[in-house]
Design a binder for this molecule. Structure first.
Ligand code: NAP
Length: 675
């Protein structure tokens, strides 16, 4: 199989840098990467001009639909990826994490894009800020897609997930992607890239794929580009030192290696569910993907009195792991990705053994099923025990990227925290405890050194997603040694590909420019009530101004008894004496909301299908019996949902007869589109 780059809309001619790629299982050549010779300046220009110009006019919803379509297209063809991936050493379960995990990230972003983003081309970040006394100068942060390229450089261990989890947020943000896989597993990434290209789902220029070296690509980066790198600390540092990165302030997201910890808490003694969960997770993290996961547990901490029990329980589990040809159903752990990785891993284990004893797994003596142990990159899972972790250094510094983990004892929680943080910044740590106080001490002791923390106990045992699985909804990344980068985390990952701009001006100007109505901007009053307008006919700024309604003491008492809310501030004048907020008995906030609805609602059947919630509700000023209220209801933002209806966000302000604001909120309705 010859692997080529996909640039400027076509497959490039084979380059002169030819690299043989060998099967992790048999050692035979399975593919040839022929890279080099690409004009990187032109490739980037194509992404910026053609790709960016094709993506930016699309709305978030259109881009989300594109991701969904791509996910469906890849799902139908995923078996081809499975088949190739076996050669990388991945078992069927490993493939599910890589292939299905990658595709499900596309679906997750497609769904988030549809549900959580407006059908617009930019995002608001936060609320309107008032910047002047008179209300004629306001500010609001917006996020708009950068006019550059998302350069994605991936590690070898997840050729599909790595590519897709970076691709989804960048494309959803509206930024074209140039992706470079690690060479050793690039034949799987190549097959995926081919599917993406052949599908024709992405607009021209939105996706390019580089086999082999990136040549002088970094020389042509600008302040509008974003590099997202996953791999070793060494390569990351080298790339971050590139003069153009500093000169142009190019955003650089680094996801690097990590000495992730699992902590068995003092309450999780042998025999408790948490002890068993800890053992299971340590053994699983050592063997899934043959331990070649940036999130794998490298350091397992347990109270010193329990380290022997931990070692024998993990050892027992590891003894059941069949190593061999990953295509066999009986095999639980395949080889490392290649012989180079095996050599590096064994060298690291040798270094670790100067400080830790090997207590399970002999690299010179283990069984391999269905494959030749000398030709494939096989190793057994290796468990080490470090008796003096406080003095040891290598166990906290060397990432043996394979099925290797070191068990270490700790004296008390304080020491557990100190030892854990010696990882120097990690992607993830997991804590096994059912005791809330212990969990809280650990969380606040180690969270600043970790991008993600998982507390695993009996309550979430069956549903927890595991120590090592980054979820699209949650941030993946970590401080310090882990690179200091962030990926995923739901919609926040789009922000890496967008510029946040503080937009300031008059309410009229900001409303017109952004399409989001702000208080102080002109309102539009029409003959008919705004609820009589179909989704597409409703104008932003269209407003209904209600009549007044006086709130009586009877109203308050009736509401209190009817709802059961007899809170003293509504019922007992005496009890409100010297109250810091209330001048006497006041109306319920919910009464104000209910009366407001009664004042603004247009009752007849019509285009407004449903009220589905309120956002940003604030009760600003108490309203006393005898006072009158009135309401302003203004169409603030619109976002189509589907062919039948769209969401309307209304700005609602309840004021007193003297125009003092009593409450503000945003009302959400679903409005039908014209039949
Ligand atoms: P690596 O050797 O640093 O390579 C990572 C990527 O960088 C590969 O695509 C590689 O391409 C590319 N690269 C190397 N030199 C480059 C250069 N001068 N210019 C541009 N690109 C260059 O890392 P790896 O061995 O593939 O991955 C293993 C490491 O990644 C482990 O340390 C692991 O912990 C880490 N990792 C971290 C995460 C995370 O999310 N934090 C996830 C997975 C893995 P070639 O293959 O063509 O050299």
């Amino acid at each position: 199989m010859k692997l080529e780059s996909f640039v400027r809309g076509q497959w490039a001619a084979p380059g002169r840098e030819v690299v043989d790629i060998r099967s992790a299982v048999t050692g035979e050549v399975v593919a040839q990467a022929s890279g080099g010779g690409l004009d990187m300046r032109e490739l980037l220009a194509f992404a910026r001009t053609t790709g960016g110009k094709n993506l930016r006019p699309l709305t978030f919803h259109q881009r989300a639909d594109m991701l969904k379509k791509l996910g469906q297209y890849l799902t139908e063809r995923k078996d081809q990826l499975y088949k190739l991936s076996f050669q990388t050493g991945a078992t069927r379960i490993d493939n599910m994490i890589d292939v299905d995990g990658g595709i499900s990230t596309l679906f997750a972003y497609a769904s988030k894009g549809r549900r959580e983003l407006p059908n617009a081309k930019f995002l608001f970040d936060g609320a309107v800020e008032s910047l002047s006394k008179g209300g004629n100068f306001i500010g609001r942060h917006i996020l708009a897609p950068m006019h550059g390229v998302a350069v994605h450089i991936n590690a070898f261990n997840f050729p599909c997930w790595g590519m897709l989890e970076k691709l989804a947020p960048a494309l959803l943000a509206g930024v074209p992607v140039v992706t470079k896989p690690a060479t050793v597993t690039s034949y799987v990434a190549h097959a995926l890239a081919r599917m993406i290209a052949v599908s024709g789902i992405l607009p021209e220029g939105a996706f390019q794929f580089i086999i082999g070296s990136t040549g002088d690509l970094f020389d042509h980066l600008t302040c509008q580009d974003v590099v997202s790198f996953t791999g070793s600390a060494e390569t990351s540092q080298k790339l971050q030192r590139h003069p153009v990165i500093a000169r142009e302030a190019v955003r650089f997201i680094a996801e690097r290696d990590s000495l992730n910890a699992a902590i068995l808490a003092p309450d999780a003694v042998p025999g408790t569910p948490e002890f068993d969960l800890f053992i299971k997770e340590v053994a699983k993290e050592m063997t899934v993907k043959a331990g070649q996961k940036c999130t794998a547990i490298r350091r397992a901490f347990a109270p010193s009195v329990h380290t022997d029990a931990v070692i024998s329980a993990v050892r027992e589990r590891l003894a059941k792991i069949t190593i061999g040809n990953p295509e066999l159903e009986t095999v639980r752990m395949g080889p490392l990705v290649g012989l180079d990785q095996r050599r590096d891993l064994l060298a690291h284990v040798t270094t670790l053994r100067a400080e830790a004893e090997l207590v399970a797994g002999d690299p010179n003596n283990f069984a391999v099923e269905g494959a030749d142990a000398d030709r494939g990159a096989f190793v057994p899972p290796m468990l080490l025990h470090c008796a003096d972790p406080a003095r040891a250094t290598s166990v906290h510094e060397i990432e043996a990227f394979g099925p290797v983990c070191t068990v270490m004892g700790y004296r008390d929680l304080e020491q557990a925290i100190t030892l854990t943080n010696r990882g120097g910044g990690s992607l993830v740590a997991s804590v096994y405890t059912h005791a809330i106080g212990i969990a809280a001490d650990l969380v606040f002791g180690i969270s600043c050194f970790h991008g993600r923390l998982v507390i695993i106990d009996r309550d979430c045992a069956r549903e927890q997603t595991g120590h090592g699985s980054p979820m699209p909804q949650m941030v993946h990344g970590g401080p310090g040694r882990a690179g200091g980068g962030e990926e995923l985390g739901g919609i926040r990952s789009l922000h890496h590909y967008m510029q946040r701009t503080a937009l300031q001006g008059s309410p009229r100007m900001l409303t017109s420019v952004t399409g989001g109505w702000s208080k102080g901007a002109p309102i539009i009053e029409k003959d008919r009530h705004p609820f009589r307008y179909h989704f597409e006919d409703l104008d932003i700024g269209q407003t209904f101004l209600s009549k007044e309604r006086t709130i009586t003491l009877d109203d308050i008492e009736h509401f209190a008894h009817f709802t059961g809310d007899t809170f003293y501030a509504h019922m007992d004048e005496e009890a409100t004496k010297n109250h810091p907020f209330f001048p006497g008995r006041v109306a319920h906030g919910y009464l104000l909301l209910s009366f407001a609805a009664g004042l603004f609602v247009d009752p007849d059947p019509g285009p407004v299908l449903a009220n589905y919630g309120l956002d940003s509700l604030r009760f600003v000023k108490p309203v006393q019996p005898g006072e009158a209220i009135k309401v302003r209801l203004t169409a603030k933002e619109k976002s189509p949902r589907n062919k039948q209806y769209g969401e309307v966000r209304w700005d609602v302000e309840i004021t007193t007869a003297t125009d003092e604001t009593a409450a503000t909120y945003e009302l959400l309705t679903m409005n039908a589109v014209r039949p």
